[in-house]
Write a new protein. Structure first.
Length: 364
């Protein structure tokens, strides 16, 4: 098998300043790589009133029976890093004609990407939306005791200070681990709250379900790498599995990569989630052997992360997303999930490269 890695010395272009710029750069890179691109329009427009798309670039042997799927923007603003990694990969890997095919899904949540939000147009976290909607959604009654602290009715300096003190008091009372589970595990009762799972499958959920059922089932074997940011130490990459402890799938993941943690286990930066999409994708392609992980890159401390999410939630809950102060909150959210320091991007690249290269080795 030929070398599966792009040239390590090639500088990585900075993170894009906007969804529009990121999309343009991705499509240009896909063209350079000779990829087949399909663009799937979202029904709404973006921050600059631009059309929004999920763009899919497929490159590699036409007769490939295996594929590596790289996804960016599941959590909107986190797509700034995912897009940069996808773009650099497309521009610099020279041997796409050998080994498995590659499919790059750019901006699974384009609305959140454009508006610099982690959530989608309905304030829904896509990784809480993939539940069995034929059944009542799971309950998280303890979130209710935190709802008004996390997302107050205004974002004045006084309310920020008051609710931050109240929230820190709750952290002391509950302990960090328990508080993280209550706040970020997923909730379905507070539509303007954090980590909201929605009332039905979202547009991105329906699109992804259709994509997996129609396209991923073409392959005998597939690896999925879903790029995320915001948890863990600065620049550190953790591979997170949605598979059950003791399962064949988790064992296979750990045979491919030596740093896989199961979601919610003590050593993982992620708490147990309700409705994440990697945990739901397997039954959609039952005949395809799936080996899927999220790769999570650390940015800033968790209090800064939560503060940015609180500010963003209040901004949109109060209909102030186009107000003069909105740009500062978007900048706060971006800084929490995408570090524009070139050193961070260059720190993130090697672990991404190692992750996909191992997938190529095991699928070839």
């Amino acid at each position: 098998m030929s070398d599966s890695s792009p040239s390590g010395h090639v500088p990585i272009a900075p993170l894009s300043p906007s969804y529009v710029h990121a999309r343009r750069a991705f499509l240009r890179a896909a063209t350079v790589a000779g990829a087949h691109v399909t663009s799937h329009p979202h029904p709404l427009t973006g921050l600059e009133d631009e059309p929004l798309f999920v763009d899919v670039a497929e490159v590699g042997p036409g007769a490939a029976t295996s594929v590596v799927v790289v996804v960016s923007g599941t959590h909107g603003v986190e797509g700034y890093l995912g897009s940069a990694l996808q773009r650099h990969h497309l521009e610099n890997r020279a041997d796409f004609d050998t080994g498995p095919a590659f499919i790059f899904i750019h901006a699974l949540n384009p609305h959140g990407f454009s508006w610099v939000r982690r959530v989608n147009e309905d304030n829904v976290d896509l990784n809480r939306n993939f539940i069995d909607w034929s059944q009542p959604p799971p309950t998280n009654p303890e979130y209710g005791g935190l709802a008004d602290i996390l997302v107050p009715g205004s974002w004045t300096e006084e309310e920020q200070a008051r609710t931050r003190v109240d929230f820190l008091a709750k952290l002391t009372e509950l302990g960090m681990e328990r508080a993280q589970q209550i706040v970020s595990g997923g909730q379905f009762d507070h539509p303007t709250g954090l980590f909201y799972g929605g009332t039905e499958p979202t547009w991105s959920n329906r699109w992804l379900t259709s994509f997996v059922e129609q396209q991923l089932t073409r392959f005998e074997r597939a690896s999925i790498i879903d790029v995320h940011t915001g948890l863990g130490p600065w620049g550190h990459a953790e591979l997170i599995s949605s598979e059950d402890d003791g399962s064949t799938e988790l064992a296979r993941q750990r045979s491919w990569w030596d740093n896989v943690t199961a979601i919610g286990e003590d050593s993982s930066v992620s708490t147990q989630l309700t409705g994440d999409w990697l945990g739901a994708v397997g039954p959609l392609a039952p005949a395809t052997e799936l080996t899927a992980v999220a790769i999570e890159y650390g940015t800033v401390d968790q209090i800064m992360i939560v503060d940015s999410l609180r500010a963003d939630a209040v901004l949109h809950a109060t209909g102030m997303q186009t107000s003069p102060g909105a740009a500062a909150i978007r900048a706060q959210v971006r800084a929490a999930f995408a570090d524009d320091d070139p050193a961070w991007l260059h720190t993130c690249w090697p672990s991404y490269e190692t992750t996909y290269a191992s997938a190529v080795t095991h699928l070839s």
